[in-house]
Design a protein around this ligand. Sequence first.
Ligand SMILES: NC(=O)c1ccc[n+]([C@@H]2O[C@H](COP(=O)([O-])OP(=O)(O)OC[C@H]3O[C@@H](n4cnc5c(N)ncnc54)[C@H](OP(=O)(O)O)[C@@H]3O)[C@@H](O)[C@H]2O)c1
Length: 266
Amino acid sequence: MIKVFIAGATGWAGSELSKGVYKTQNMELVGGLSRKSSGKNLAQILGLGNAEIPIYSDIDTALSEVDFDVLVDYTSPDICKKNTVSTLKKGKKVVIGTSGLTSEDYSEIAQVADEYHSSVLAVGNFSLTVVLLQKFSEMAARYIPNFEIIDYAQEDKIDSPSGTARELAHRLSQVQKPAIPISNDELVGEKDSRGANLDGVQVHSVRLPGYVISIETIFGLKDEKLTIRHDSGSSAEPYVKGALLAIEKAGRFKGLQRGLDTVMDL
Ligand SMILES: NC(=O)c1ccc[n+]([C@@H]2O[C@H](COP(=O)([O-])OP(=O)(O)OC[C@H]3O[C@@H](n4cnc5c(N)ncnc54)[C@H](OP(=O)(O)O)[C@@H]3O)[C@@H](O)[C@H]2O)c1
């Protein structure tokens, strides 16, 4: 039985995962984190019957009162980093679903995981079809040296670029740093119009009403181009299966791993 604690258990993604964990035979949902619902019963809030699943407002109290094996975090970047570090320091495993953590944040988290001999799996997108987009993009990046990323989302998404785009940029940069024919210093006009440079990869974030979440890797060669695109629907259901797999696999390595495919047989 894997005891799972979910930070952000009452949110859009966390509540769907909480229901998924609750229904999974070899997992037990033992608690959740939320400021507004602190002190309440998560089972009651999510309509999960008569179970008693406490909700806490901060991770330190939860760590001292609840016995759990894996923390899944679906909150916001600042609180996620705190939750992750505190939990790793107790030798427990962490699955990060929250987006917006930077490469520097991940370096710090990796150090703590190593120091405390624990493990953390960070996944910018738990959808299995997004994992395929990542894989196909990595394959293409081996052969095509010019590529950029476009990330689309609704107008009120606060993190930019998205966690999916950050993770993709990081992964593609490990394959090869894309060729950037004109350096920032040589550019004429508004330099920001070329987007953000993440790990050497240009990333452009579009935030408009009418969009849900989409991502494109665009590859250009002379007289031809390749676009690899993924579009999400509006429910959090596609993320549940991947997150459950991440919980299962979280203890099977040490240190930090990024991306669901690192624990999949692809
Ligand atoms: N990796 C993936 O596949 C994936 C999929 C979906 C979403 N995400 C990411 O997951 C994160 C959450 O997304 P969402 O749409 O579920 O957000 P959401 O609906 O706003 O939910 C956020 C949850 O976190 C809790 N929370 C926020 N700040 C907190 C704090 N300081 N202390 C304790 N609890 C806190 C909220 O409860 P209170 O407000 O009551 O505190 C709520 O339960 C985002 O970064 C999103 O991009 C990732």
